[in-house]
Design a protein around this ligand. Sequence first.
Ligand SMILES: *Cc1c(COP(=O)(O)O)cnc(C)c1O
Length: 366
Amino acid sequence: MKFKKQIAGLQAYQPGKTMDEVKKAFNLETVTKLASNENPYGASPKVKEFLANANIDFALYPDGYASKLRAAVANHLNISEKQLLFGNGSDENILIVSRAILEPGLNTIMADLTFGQYKHNAVVEGAEARTVPLTAEGEHDLEKMLAAIDENTAIVWICNPNNPTGTLTPSDKIKAFVEQAPSDVLIVLDEAYTEYITDNSYEDSIQLIEKHPNVLVMRTFSKAYGLASFRVGYAVGSEEVISQLEPTREPFNNTVISQEVAILGLSDQQFIADCKEKNNAGKSQFEAYCRERKLHFYPSHTNFILMEVKADSDVVFQGLMQRGYIVRSGNALGKPGYLRITIGTKEQNEELLQKLDEVLTEVGVI
Ligand SMILES: *Cc1c(COP(=O)(O)O)cnc(C)c1O
């Protein structure tokens, strides 16, 4: 059959073992997943309450324009409703943007290490993916990224804070980059973890859009809002960019229930503030652990931490899994010798770090 040439050999996303599979394989009663940066505190209680009492007409299609959710997000961000694109998670927004813009002959620039879906979608569309190494501190090297732009560059992806390093590229550097980049290059700022940022130097990047209509900011309900299972992400851009992206979106890409729960999640900013505070405390547990054991870690501005284990990541990952904790091996993320661990509750972190001590002792690191 006439499949696109460029998808030959492209691997499907490899999900880790499910919690049930891990329970069975290692005969465990409880398994804790700290692998995909989901919120360990779940979602706002308002969501549970809604789901317990929801009365939905299953036979009817959802509102394809997500009008109520659109109004709520526009109001929350103080922007026009026409500046929003809703996707089935940010994953779909990355696909929509790639589908609308990329094609053979064009190139797209991203960091090395960063979120894998930018490159994956570029490959599917037949565009060249140009990668620029992060700086030693784990920031995007925006000077080198700027230098990599040529007349065929269509999109630059800046993941901020960056996944999997958790590092923040300073707002003033992003502003300078946006000011110098050609105005016909779309600059995507993927801010999936923005709710967790505590650094005072961070300036809301949505402000950039007014002067720079080629900036698109992506956010999601999957991380701090604790609604990953519902698949809702949104992109904020200029009306002109959004109106070009909208026709490439599927007509009914957010379900009835997902639109409702996203509205409820958004309405409970106290829940987000509480999670942020608890996340910060949890982050300190990991940082203290790494300092005591002299393991390198990247300063995280998110709800996960990329930390060194001074051993084969897969071996340490397996050791933790046998003990009931699922994390991400650095081997799977392009950072051998490291683990990416989602920051859990205080108790989860304590137990996980105790198990990690056992594993690191077993492999002779400590
Ligand atoms: C988790 C994540 C996403 C995807 O989020 P969804 O909205 O669940 O699709 C996008 N970008 C980054 C950097 C992420 O970490």
